[in-house]
Design a protein around this ligand. Structure first.
Ligand SMILES: [Zn+2]
Length: 335
């Protein structure tokens, strides 16, 4: 069959005179079209002041509870206000996995933000008997805010330990993880026992990360591609968090205290990506938590990541060129 088909095609070609003039013309047109396309994309990027080498806030929440007990807790009201501020200031969520993969697919002029939740507590995700998230859990509030603001995608990353949202029965653990997966949320690795990995042997580090990764996979058929390190502490060799016999992560996230470099920027380090605690400007948070950093990013637009709306390019003002990571040169769109 293949041979017959091939013969027919050859015959078809032979029956026509090649029109070289026309071919050349088409080629020239194609080149012109590509050039015009690039010019249009450059113009569009300049118009929205795209800066895809700018910094990205990776925000870190723990429990969402009515009566916050530590500065890691937020009340449902506070969490709603946290999200509403992001909407107002043109931030659109992406997952941690999308960030480290450089898959930042958000509209032109918008800024990416990564929403992360540590420790897999029931206050983040509890499903009722109908499989619907309970009111005032983190996922319910995320969905509620997204419904109020069409186009605002409720993407987030949940860093899971053996606590598994308070579920001890295997089927209930699977329900929770599969709900996250089915609703477009990312399931990340936060180690099994939430131990400080600093100073531990490679064997212990790999066991802490590998066993929970395996459990997540057996429950939800997903392998985590990112990890959040307990207390933000890296193991003796930071690469141990990324790669082990049983796991392969594209990014390891810390616990403090600055916005993160763009994945296209030279300063990006996949083994140690900073996050920001969500809190008002007071006490220890006067300078290095979310309210302070969001203020700073707002008043320093040249430092903040702004998308050109085209996921296939890395657009930035020409003077930022020295900060581009060489491996992304093919996609670069300086203006
Ligand atoms: Zn934690």
């Amino acid at each position: 069959m293949g041979l017959v088909a091939a013969a027919a095609i050859v015959t078809g070609c032979d029956s026509q005179q090649p029109d070289t003039a026309k071919l050349t013309d088409t080629k020239a047109n194609a080149a012109a079209r590509i050039k015009a396309g690039k010019a249009a994309r450059t113009k569009a990027a300049a118009k929205v002041k795209a800066n895809e080498l700018g910094q990205i806030p990776v925000l870190m929440w723990h429990r969402i509870v009515p009566k916050p007990q530590t500065t890691d807790d937020r009340s449902p009201e506070q969490f709603r206000a946290d999200l509403e501020r992001l909407v107002r200031e043109d931030y659109v969520p992406i997952t941690a996995a999308e960030m480290v993969a450089g898959k930042i697919n958000i509209p032109a002029g918008k800024h990416p933000v990564v929403l992360t939740f540590d420790d897999s507590s029931p206050s983040q995700l509890t499903l009722n008997e109908m499989g619907v998230p309970q009111k005032d859990t983190a996922v319910a509030i995320l969905k509620e805010v997204a419904a109020k603001h069409p186009g605002w995608r409720p993407a987030a990353t949940f860093y899971v330990t053996r606590d598994m949202f308070g579920k001890t029965v295997r089927e209930e653990q699977a329900q929770a993880l599969l709900w996250l997966k089915d609703n477009g949320f990312e399931i990340g690795n936060h180690t099994r026992d939430h131990l400080n990995l600093r100073g531990r042997s490679q064997k212990e580090v790999e066991e802490q990360i590998g066993t929970i990764g395996k459990q997540i996979n057996s429950l939800s058929y997903t392998n985590p591609t990112t990890i959040a390190l307990p207390y933000g502490n890296q193991p003796r060799k930071k690469e141990w968090a990324l790669r082990g016999k049983q796991y392969n992560h594209q990014g390891a996230f810390l616990a403090g205290y600055t916005p993160a470099p763009a994945p296209f920027s030279k300063s990006f380090d996949a083994a140690g990506i900073p996050r920001i605690k969500v809190m008002e400007k007071k006490g220890d948070c006067a300078q290095f938590c979310s309210a302070a950093w969001l203020d700073w990013l707002k008043s320093n637009p040249d430092m903040r990541y702004t998308s050109d709306g085209d996921v296939s390019t890395v657009a930035y003002p020409k003077y930022k060129a020295p900060y581009l990571r060489k491996s992304f040169a093919t996609w670069s769109l300086p203006y």
